[in-house]
Design a protein around this ligand. Structure first.
Ligand SMILES: NC(=O)c1ccc[n+]([C@@H]2O[C@H](COP(=O)([O-])OP(=O)(O)OC[C@H]3O[C@@H](n4cnc5c(N)ncnc54)[C@H](O)[C@@H]3O)[C@@H](O)[C@H]2O)c1
Length: 447
């Protein structure tokens, strides 16, 4: 039994924006053929019939297509934002007006409103959740462990109004959750390791059809898009410092080089550092990169990757931004302390003056591809959200027998999503001959 406590039906910027949201969502839908196929099957089979689902995701046109798919499967849905700056207000209005989704998200919402919206999604009484960064699932776990002091005040207020029995049921009714991104998966694996995970998780990010494409090609292109929209800077001939050479960093470094930039990579792990070098990039510590970069982009999922000692040696006019999940990669609090002046010079661009030199911070250090642009192209989210939809179906069918651990979707699902994507692109591939199958499974054939 789930616990539904009274909540407003929705909290969005303006319902009158729904027509524009509908047009843009339909535009994204054209590039999401795999999700469309899943939607058609879900509409017939109703795998989520009667389930209440609370999702904490970036409220974009692609997410709208996922929500429509989950609605077609029979779910009743509450949706809040997974970042205060990533909501597209027209999309939120479209989902409320045309699909009966309870959306709690407004672009630019303050800290308190962000967490009030998460509390509203929790008060919806979910049987299942979907997360991007584990803010919603993390709050449920703080509740389960009675760590109320660690909850953001709006969520704590909601919890404090619940009876003991309601608090227990709010966690116990959740059959499972999906998690979209690297940072969320890291947190959930830490919970599993500590033995505190309360329900099974499907790590969508761990599917190859997610991180190989979304994190690399999606983040690569959309991060560049966000930077260009925010600044209109010329990449050609500039020196771009990329912090982190994981899936996202590799994608962005590749695209920055394609735009004519001289790319420098910083890392803390010798393997990706070596890979970056052999991919043809310069590799050096941030302290050496700071004085030479024109543009700095963090994509690490780590804390304070660019710190005061780095800001202090940057060139006049250096541009700094982040595309990792949380706004913690740039130490902006410290930058605020060492800056003598601070002002907005353009939408999304804040200028800090340090030692008489100007440093431009984009999008308040929040993931720039969603703050200043539209996030990943729909074609890549097609695969990420095919994984999300199939993960929700798996949890609906099998969560009762799944361990309270972080799971991957079966490899066969990954293969099928890749096959459908290729098919939608009109690309055929070869099949193993029976002789090749035998050869690959034997060990005694030599030269
Ligand atoms: N902007 C987006 O739309 C988007 C999309 C997908 C993932 N993400 C987020 O981007 C971040 C990176 O994701 P990923 O999939 O590339 O992770 P990843 O684990 O593949 O790569 C992260 C890399 O950063 C390196 N690193 C860690 N600390 C560092 C430091 N101090 N300096 C330099 N390098 C450091 C690691 O060694 C690793 O190679 C995560 O927070 C993830 O959630 C954002």
């Amino acid at each position: 039994m789930s616990v539904q406590t009274a909540v407003a039906k929705y909290d969005i910027k303006d319902i009158a924006l729904a027509d524009e949201g509908k047009r843009r969502t339909e535009w994204a839908e054209r590039s999401m053929p795999v999700l469309r196929q899943i939607r058609a099957r879900f509409a017939k089979e109703q795998p989520l019939k009667g389930l209440r689902l609370s999702a904490c995701l970036h409220v974009t046109t692609e997410t709208a297509n996922l929500m429509v798919t989950l609605r077609a499967a029979g779910a009743d849905i509450a949706l809040c934002a997974s970042n205060p700056l990533s909501t597209q207000d027209d999309v939120a209005a479209h989902l409320v007006r045309d699909h009966g989704v309870h959306v709690y998200a407004i672009k630019g919402e303050d800290h308190d409103t962000y967490y009030t919206h998460i509390a509203q999604a929790l008060a919806f009484g979910p049987d299942m959740t979907q997360d991007d960064g584990a803010d919603l699932v993390g709050a449920l776990h703080m509740l389960a462990l009675n760590r109320l002091d660690d909850l953001a005040p709006p969520i704590r207020r909601w919890v404090e109004a619940l009876s003991k029995e309601e608090r227990r049921a709010a966690v116990a009714s959740v059959k499972g959750s999906t998690e979209e991104t690297t940072t969320g998966v890291i947190r959930l694996k830490a919970m599993a390791k500590e033995g505190v995970l309360q329900f099974p998780i499907v790590a969508v990010n761990d599917s190859s059809t997610k991180h190989m494409f979304d994190n690399r090609y999606g983040t690569g292109q959309s991060t560049l898009d966000g930077i260009v929209r925010a600044t209109n800077m010329l990449l050609a001939g500039s020196t771009v410092v990329v912090a982190g050479y994981g899936w996202c960093g590799r994608g962005f470094a590749m695209r920055a080089r394609g735009a004519g930039a001289n790319v420098v990579v910083t890392e803390i792990d010798p393997l990706p550092a070596l890979e970056a070098r052999m991919d043809g990039f310069q590799v050096m510590p941030m302290s050496d990169a700071a004085p030479i970069g024109d543009l700095f982009v963090t994509l690490t999922g780590n804390l304070h990757v660019i710190r005061p000692e780095h800001f202090q040696t940057m060139k006049d006019g250096a541009i700094v931004c982040n595309s990792g999940h949380f706004n913690v990669e740039l130490d902006l609090e410290a930058l605020g302390r060492i800056a003598s002046e601070r002002r907005m010079v353009r939408n999304m661009v804040e200028e800090y003056v340090v030692n008489g030199k100007r440093i431009m911070v984009l999008g308040d250090g929040r993931l720039i591809n969603l703050a200043a642009a539209e996030g990943h192209p729909a074609s890549v989210m097609d695969m990420s959200f095919a994984n999300q939809a199939l993960a929700a179906e798996l949890l609906a069918k099998e969560s009762g027998t799944m361990a309270k651990a972080v799971h991957r979707l079966p490899a066969a699902v990954d293969q099928e999503i890749a096959r459908l994507k290729l098919q939608s692109m009109g690309i055929a591939i070869d099949k193993l001959t029976s002789e090749q199958v035998e050869y690959l499974s034997s060990w005694d054939a030599g030269t």
